[in-house]
Design a protein around this ligand. Structure first.
Ligand SMILES: N[C@@H](CCC(=O)N[C@@H](CS)C(=O)NCC(=O)O)C(=O)O
Length: 195
């Protein structure tokens, strides 16, 4: 299995989740400007979408989209799905919120030429949406005592928020510091050259 990633990009969530699930995998870095992998392969032949993440499974099938990849990873390991009859759907609900309402909200920060005003407006929206998660955080993680792939995704969002200066509501800064030393997180950051 191979994770195609770019250092610090949203693929870091999948990277953390793969370690968290204890899966054996290789990783290949993608240059998002040239769409070429570190092995010299045209990345568009792996994922015609051209963006990361992509996860190539052992049978050669390629999964794309964070929500699909993270869902697949959490299905590979016992104990990564929130408990209860709706657990799996609560997890999907959470990932959809993070993906569409937070992750995509960062676009102005990563789009060259965006005005400071547009960035500030985006930052306010992101901060408000992080506030929703902050309010529902009870216990150690987004789903109480169970660390899920949604926590891995949130970790990356908070990392970005801190880097671009978006205000992170309480108690998320403390949550971030608590998640950072997890072996899966440390390993993924180290493998991506981010420590
Ligand atoms: N809908 C995709 C979006 C992935 C995405 O935004 N990837 C970014 C990195 S975080 C990327 O590769 N951007 C480069 C590009 O779009 O050219 C998903 O959720 O997996």
């Amino acid at each position: 299995m191979i994770l195609f990633y770019s250092p610090g990009a949203c693929s870091l969530a999948d990277h953390i989740a793969l370690h968290e699930a204890g899966l054996d995998f290789d990783r290949i870095r993608v240059d998002l400007k040239t769409r070429t992998t570190e092995t010299g392969q045209d990345y568009l032949t792996v994922s015609p979408k051209g963006y990361v993440p992509a996860l190539q499974l052992d049978d050669g099938a390629v999964l794309t989209e964070n929500i699909a990849i993270l869902s697949w990873i959490s299905d590979q390991s016992a104990g990564m799905i929130p408990p209860g009859a709706l657990g799996r759907y609560r997890l999907l609900e959470m990932m959809a919120f993070i993906s569409t309402e937070i992750h995509k909200g960062f676009k102005p920060y990563f789009t060259p030429g965006t005005s400071d005003e547009a960035k500030a407006a985006a930052g306010e929206t992101i901060s408000k949406r992080l506030g929703f998660l902050a309010e529902r955080m009870d216990g150690l993680f987004l789903f109480g005592e169970t660390f899920t792939v949604a926590d891995a995704y949130l970790f990356v969002m908070l990392r970005w928020a801190a880097r671009v200066g978006v205000s992170i509501p309480e108690p998320l800064p403390a949550w971030f510091e608590r998640v950072k030393p997890r072996p899966s997180v440390k390993l993924a950051l180290e493998h991506e050259g981010l420590t």
